[in-house]
Design a protein around this ligand. Structure first.
Ligand code: IVH
Length: 775
């Protein structure tokens, strides 16, 4: 979507856009911090934040208390209990140059009023690129382990930390002389080799891989199921403590020794040195050895050795005055971009990947770099043949920072992002608000087919007995099943069935059962067939609504094809999605006659809109004026609204109660792709009957009534309750209001029961409900 300048935004448009941006930011924050899998580049993220900040600056009255601008950092995920740290976990100030390190040492000397010639002793420690953890030991026993969180409180990941094992995180401190309460702190990290091996295996098996060892360590530690963490190669280095504030040693070096005696790994490259020049020597040595350490470090941490001096130096804001992190510069190199490959993910999303002339960056040979998405390529204007600057900042997959314009070949053309899937040739479309294009050929696309076939045979779709994921994957690998129709062909294919017995060790009965399982599904309910196609946005419930509306496969198929022919143009879609544009406004615009001449030259545009669309409310009028800009712009928008909008059929699908425009568009896009039509035709040709959807009954005691279920139900599951109630013609709702007819309350019912009493709603026990419905 093209952005209007902030200065031109109406208050309504600003409000709508702020809401949209807040949702997007929340989603990307969650992916980054909690899912540990960012989907957009840092630059794209920053652009979103900047736009949000600009709009808030222009409309300060729209700043909400829960606005992204009022929040900092990760926050705490809801999956784990909160742990308050005994002593806050602070962060470190950074130094990027030798001079900043000399300033740091001089500042300390001044603060402590030490004589000029006296060198201060420091401990220099590798700055491990992982995530920090705090382990509380009471009387030597591990009580709780937590992530850093916001510094004051973190997440309780005790069970996950225990899986690192006794040699890394002892459940009981070794040795003696430990304080009765001590918070041992350090870094959880993943060794680079183990990380690379994990990613290679994950990619080969189609599981999720991680961008760098730090994301991998964070993602592995923050698993809800500790068994998953246990399978991940995590390690730990202890380097600090929270409680007790007065410490248990006189120096940092002494404290590291104690931590080692108590059973924690400490970093063998941590050393005590004197003065700034001593620190810089350690820095250079670690920088040189960085690629061979076996784990990622992103700098060196310098800490004043004597703890009494640390206490005198104290803290500035959120970091100690007695320590600093000397960061390594991002590792950069230049190379030539030889090509841009498009990878198709298992869900069909297209990701551009740079193919590079091999080059060494920070000790690692790099051949590929991510380009994130098509906007990123356009913004950086990256062209094939360009010389590009690469950067690795902890990431295994490096980033392209910029192109070197002077080295651009004369014939380099801007990159045209493919509009078709490279894996299957189907059209690839980009949905409003999505960063990436998506292949629409799900049922035939080799990149997606296994996922789609699994969905197809799933319990809520064709549910074929004897054909689970395992068999499906095996048959796909043999080249027997490439599309749904092949499943039914298999049941008739003598050669394949013989091969199953001869080569795969199937017994006669197993083959017969498999064939029977497949044959039994040649007759299928329409809602299952629709759901099985795996159309985006079309879940189980929507499939049922569509099946009830269209009654037969032929009429649904015809509607899908007609809707595909009448897909709205890109211009209409942009108009319909512009901030401040409502469905009612679109409808009024579609009916208005776009006038030829400007009726009233000097009047403001929103007054003229009042003439053309007299029933449009003032705020909507202003939004439209902002969008149109001038009279000609308005005329153009009215023509688009009239001529380029969705066809009537698309409207009919969208109009089915509970379906809506987004799902309707997804149906149209599915049928728009010729490959999908071919695959569906082949499938339907194999079927012997499609049964109409079960109609809700109208002659039952609960037909037309609204029912709410609450409490922990004991006689049936909630899904069963809903399905049965709906089959009997009742409407099931999630909340109690005056319109509710029955509240079915199981044990432990709370606020809904109170609501029901307030509104005089009839309350039934589970047994009453069964009696009423004859169950
Ligand atoms: S000391 C009050 N030592 O760096 C200072 N931190 O930017 C507490 N880190 O959150 C930190 N290696 O995750 C310290 N040897 C080390 C470290 C280290 C890595 C991380 C740690 C901290 C961040 C501070």
């Amino acid at each position: 979507m093209t952005e209007s300048p902030v200065a031109d935004l109406s208050r309504e448009a600003a409000e709508a856009e702020l809401a949209r941006l807040a949702r997007a930011l929340a989603r990307h924050d969650a992916l980054y911090y909690q899912g540990d899998a960012p989907e957009i580049s840092d630059a794209d993220y920053d652009a979103l934040r900047r736009r949000h900040a600009d709009i808030e600056a222009r409309f300060p009255e729209l700043v909400k208390p829960d606005s992204p601008s009022q929040r900092v950092g990760a926050g705490i995920s809801e999956a784990f209990a909160e742990v308050r740290h005994g002593v806050p976990m602070l962060s470190l100030d950074n130094a990027f140059s030798d001079d900043e390190v000399r300033d740091f040492a001089a500042r300390i000397a001044r603060f402590l009023k030490l004589p000029g010639e006296e060198l201060i002793a420091f401990v220099a420690e590798p700055k491990i690129d992982g995530l920090s953890a705090s382990l509380l030991y009471v009387d030597g026993v591990l009580e709780v382990g937590a992530t850093r969180g916001d510094g004051r409180s973190g997440e309780d990941v005790t069970a996950n930390l225990r899986t690192l094992g006794e040699a890394r995180i002892p459940s009981r401190l070794k040795g003696s002389g430990w304080p009765a309460r001590v918070e041992v702190r350090g870094e959880v990290y993943a060794p680079t080799d183990a990380f690379t091996a994990f990613n290679a295996a994950a990619e080969a098996e189609g599981r999720r891989s991680y961008a760098n060892p730090r994301n991998f360590a964070a993602g592995s530690l923050r698993q809800k199921n500790p068994a998953i963490t246990a399978g991940r190669p995590l390690n730990f280095f202890a380097y600090a403590w929270g409680e007790p504030a007065e410490g248990f040693s006189e120096t940092q070096a002494g404290a590291l020794e104690k931590l080692a005696e108590w059973g924690f790994p400490t970093n063998p490259r941590s050393v005590r040195v004197e003065g700034a020049e001593g620190l810089l020597q350690v820095y250079r040595a670690l920088e040189a050895d960085r690629a061979t350490l076996g784990y990622d470090i992103d700098g060196v941490v310098y800490k004043v050795d004597r703890l009494d001096l640390q206490a005198r130096l104290g803290f500035v804001a959120r970091s100690p005055r007695w320590a600093i992190a000397h960061k390594f510069p991002a590792q950069q190199a230049t190379t030539v971009l030889e090509g841009i490959d498009i990878q198709v993910g298992r869900t069909g999303s297209l990701t551009p990947v740079a193919r590079l002339a091999p080059v060494t960056v920070g000790g690692v040979v790099v051949r590929n770099a991510t380009l994130h998405n098509e906007d990123e390529i356009a913004r950086k204007d990256v062209r094939i043949g360009d010389t590009v600057v690469l950067q690795r900042a902890g990431d295994v997959i490096p980033q392209i920072v910029a192109v070197v314009p002077e080295r651009r070949p004369a014939d380099a053309l801007p990159f045209a992002f493919p509009t078709h899937c490279p894996a299957c040739g189907s059209e690839a479309v980009r949905e409003e608000g999505e960063a990436r294009r998506r292949c629409t050929g799900g049922l035939i696309c080799p990149a997606q087919i296994v996922e789609r076939l699994k969905h197809f045979v799933g319990r809520k779709a064709f549910d074929i007995e004897g054909l689970g994921e395992k068999q499906l994957v095996a048959f796909h690998e043999r080249g027997w099943i490439r599309e749904p129709a092949d499943i039914f062909r298999l049941a008739r294919d003598k050669e394949q069935l013989t091969a199953l017995r001869a080569e795969d060790g199937y017994g006669e009965t197993s083959v017969a059962n498999l064939v029977a399982g497949i044959e039994a599904r040649r007759t299928i309910a329409l809602e299952r067939l629709i759901f099985a196609l795996g159309i985006r946005e079309i879940g189980e419930q929507t499939s049922l609504l569509l099946a009830r509306e269209f009654e037969t496969w032929d009429s649904f198929d015809a509607a899908g094809r007609e809707a595909a022919a009448g897909l709205p143009s890109a211009a209409w879609t942009a108009l319909a999605n512009a901030p401040g544009v409502s469905a009612r406004m679109l409808a009024l615009m579609a009916e208005a006659t776009p006038p030829e001449a400007d009726p009233w030259l000097d009047a403001p545009l929103d007054q003229k809109i009042a003439l053309a669309l007299p029933t449009l409310a003032a705020p909507a009028r202003r939004a439209l004026a902002g969008l149109a800009g001038d009279w000609d712009g308005l005329r153009r928008l009215l023509v688009i609204a009239r001529d380029e909008g969705p066809s009537e059929t698309l409207g009919r699908i969208a109009g089915v109660s509970g379906v809506g425009p987004v799902a309707a568009r997804a149906v149209a896009e599915f049928f728009h792709e010729p490959h999908n039509r071919t695959v569906v035709e082949a499938l339907v040709a194999e079927l012997s009957g499609v049964l109409p959807a079960a109609r809700p009954q109208t002659d039952t005691p609960v037909a037309g009534k609204t029912v709410v279920f609450t409490g922990s139900l004991e006689r049936f599951t909630r899904d069963e309750a809903r399905a049965r109630a709906e089959a009997l013609g009742a409407k099931v709702s999630g909340s109690v209001s005056r319109k509710t007819d029955y509240l079915v309350a199981g044990p432990g019912a709370g606020s809904k029961l109170a609501e029901a009493h307030k509104h005089g709603v009839t309350v039934l026990s589970e047994d009453d409900w069964l009696t009423l419905t004859g169950g």
